[in-house]
Design a protein around this ligand. Structure first.
Ligand code: FAD
Ligand code: FES
Length: 264
C-alpha cells in the first residue's frame, strides 16, 4: 500500500529552549530517520502547517527552531515540555557534505538560516574536512541563535559571528556577513553551503565568485512558501524546480537563472 504523505505523527516535546523573544527551540522525541538539510511540516490544528528545518538530531530526538511570524508558528511557540507536537516528514534533500572531504568547507548563515546549517555544521566537525569555517551574521546580539553552543563549536571549527549593532556583552565584530566574507582567504576549490535571506545569498555568491569559487561549488538552501510539500500544489516553484521536493538545497549554477530574476 502506498503510504499517505499527509499522515501526521505525534511526538512529545522533551525540551524547550528560548533563543530570544519569539524564537524557541524544540526537542521532540522520535526515532524517525532524517538527513541534515531536510525539513518537517509542523502542524497546528485549525490553523495549518509550516515547513520547519530539522536543526539537529540526536539519539531519539529531532530539533526544530521556530520563529513566531504567523498563525502556525505562533501556536507552535506556545507549546511547552510535555505537550504533543504534530508533524509530517521529513521532506526534501540533504547537504552534499561528502563533496567537501579533504577540502575546505565554508558555511555562511544569516539570521534564522543558522537553523538550516546547524546540523550539517555539527556533522562536518566529525568528518574528514580539511578546514571548516562558519561565518554567521545576525541583526543584533539578542537574535543570535544557539549562543550556548559557540564555545564548543569554536573549539572544533573556525566559527566567526558578526552582529549588526554593538552590544555591551558582545566582544566580536559588528557589521554584516559580507564584511567577514570579503576579508576571508579561501581556496578556489572550497565547497560552500549558504542559508539566509535571498539578498544575503546573492551578495555572498557575488563575493565568492570574485574569490574564484565557481557556482557549481556553491549550494544554497532556499525558503519558498509551501503548501503540500510533496510536489503537487506548485506553490513553491522556482523555475522548473519544486523547492519542496527537488530542494530546499540547490547547487547555485542550476537555479541562478531563476533565483536572480528580479520578480523571484
Ligand atoms: C524549507 C523551509 C524551511 C524553513 N525552516 C524554518 C525554520 O527552521 N524556522 C522557522 O521559524 N521558519 C522556517 N521556515 C519559514 C516558515 O515555514 C514560514 O515562516 C511559515 O510561513 C510560517 O507559517 P505561519 O503560518 O506561522 O505564518 P504565515 O501566515 O505563513 O506568515 C508568515 C510570513 O510569511 C508571509 N507570507 C505568507 N504567505 C506568503 C507567500 N505566499 N509568499 C511569501 N510570503 C508569504 C506573511 O506575510 C508573513 O509575514 C522555513 C521555510 C521553508 C520553506
Ligand atoms: S509545496 Fe506544493 S509543490 Fe511544493
Amino acid at each position: 500500500m502506498v503510504e499517505n504523505p499527509y499522515r501526521l505523527k505525534a511526538s512529545r516535546i522533551i525540551r524547550v529552549i528560548k533563543e530570544c523573544e519569539g524564537v524557541y527551540t524544540f526537542y521532540i522525541a522520535t526515532e524517525e530517520e532524517a538527513q541534515f538539510g531536510q525539513y518537517n511540516m509542523l502542524y497546528a490544528f485549525g490553523r495549518g502547517e509550516a515547513p520547519i528545518t530539522i536543526a539537529s538530531k540526536g539519539e531519539g530526538y529531532l530539533v526544530h527552531t521556530v520563529r513566531a511570524v504567523g498563525d502556525v508558528t505562533r501556536y507552535i511557540d506556545s507549546l511547552r515540555e510535555g505537550d504533543l507536537l504534530y508533524w509530517r516528514g521529513p521532506y526534501g534533500n540533504r547537504w552534499s557534505l561528502e563533496e567537501a572531504y579533504g577540502k575546505t568547507l565554508l558555511i555562511l548563515s544569516g539570521g534564522l538560516g543558522l537553523a538550516a546549517t546547524r546540523w550539517v555544521f555539527e556533522e562536518a566537525m566529525k568528518r574528514p574536512i580539511k578546514r571548516l569555517i562558519h561565518l554567521y551574521g545576525s541583526k543584533d546580539y539578542d537574535s543570535l541563535l544557539y549562543k550556548y553552543l559557540y564555545e564548543e563549536w569554536s573549539s572544533k571549527a573556525d566559527l566567526r559571528a558578526i552582529i549588526g549593532t554593538s552590544h555591551p556583552q558582545w566582544k566580536g565584530k559588528t557589521g554584516i556577513i559580507t564584511d567577514l566574507l570579503r576579508k576571508l582567504d579561501i581556496e578556489k576549490d572550497s565547497l560552500v553551503f549558504i542559508c539566509g535571506p535571498d539578498p544575503m545569498v546573492k551578495a555572498c555568491v557575488s563575493l565568492l565568485k570574485e574569490k574564484g569559487i565557481e557556482e557549481n561549488r556553491i549550494y544554497a538552501s532556499l525558503e519558498r512558501h509551501m503548501k503540500c510539500s510533496v510536489g503537487t500544489c506548485g506553490h513553491c516553484m522556482i523555475g522548473p524546480y519544486f523547492v519542496c521536493k527537488d530542494g530546499p538545497i540547490f547547487r547555485y549554477d542550476l537555479i541562478k537563472e531563476y533565483f536572480e530574476r528580479k520578480e523571484v
